[in-house]
Ligand binder design. Structure first.
Ligand code: 5GP
Length: 164
C-alpha cells in the first residue's frame, strides 16, 4: 500500500525520550547500549543520553535492499563485536524498527552467548515480528519513513569544487 508512517526528526526526539522513560520506569539499567547500524545508531545515541549510559557499541547488519525487498537472511558484516567484553554486562540492543524481527534476533542470539542480560528497545515494532522487544514506542504495520533515510544520499553539486 502507499500508506506510510512518517517519523520526523522532531517526532523522533519525543519518541526516544518517551522510550527512555519507559525503560527507566521498568528499572532496567543497561551497562552497554548495542546499536544495530545504521538506523539503530540514532536510537542508541538518544537512549544513551537519556538513560545516562556512556558505553555505546554497534554492529553492522545488512538485510534490506529497498522498500520491502530483502536479502534471504540478515548478515552481520565484519567486524563482528567479538572483541567487546560483554561478560557480566547488561545490554540494551537498539534498532529503529523490528519488522520481520530477523535482524534483532540475529544480534539478540549473538548476545545471549556472551552477556549477563539482554533486552531490546525499538521505536517501532510490527505485529508479525518474530522477536517481541521489551521496549517499543509504537506499533504499526505500515512501511515507516525515517527522517535519516527518507531522502536520497546527497550528491556533489557541480561547479562547486574550488582549486586547492
Ligand atoms: P527486520 O530484520 O526486523 O525485518 O528489519 C530490520 C531493519 O530493516 C531495520 O533496522 C530497518 O533498517 C529496515 N526496515 C524494516 N522495516 C522498515 C520500514 O518499515 N521502514 C524503513 N525505513 N526501514 C525498515
Amino acid at each position: 500500500s502507499a500508506v506510510r508512517e512518517n517519523l520526523t526528526y522532531e517526532g523522533f526526539g519525543s519518541a526516544v525520550r518517551e522510550l527512555a522513560q519507559t525503560i527507566a520506569d521498568d528499572g532496567y539499567e543497561p551497562d552497554i547500549v548495542l546499536s544495530i547500524a545504521r538506523g539503530g545508531v540514532f536510537v542508541a545515541g538518544g537512549l544513551a543520553y537519556a538513560l545516562d549510559v556512556k558505553n555505546i557499541h554497534l554492529v553492522n547488519v545488512e538485510f534490506y535492499t529497498g522498500v520491502g525487498t530483502t536479502l534471504e537472511m540478515p548478515v552481520m558484516l565484519a567486524p563482528a563485536p567479538d572483541a567487546i567484553d560483554f561478560s557480566n554486562k547488561k545490554v540494551l540492543i537498539t534498532d529503529d524498527v523490528a519488522d520481520t524481527g530477523k535482524t534483532l534476533k540475529l544480534v539478540h542470539d549473538f548476545c545471549l552467548d556472551h552477556v549477563a542480560e539482554v533486552r531490546s528497545a525499538v521505536i517501532y515494532e510490527k505485529s508479525h515480528s518474530l522477536v517481541k522487544c521489551e521496549y517499543v514506542w509504537k506499533r504499526t504495520d505500515e512501511w515507516i519513513n525515517f527522517p535519516w533515510s527518507v531522502q536520497k544520499p546527497v550528491v556533489r553539486r557541480s561547479g562547486q569544487v574550488l582549486d586547492a
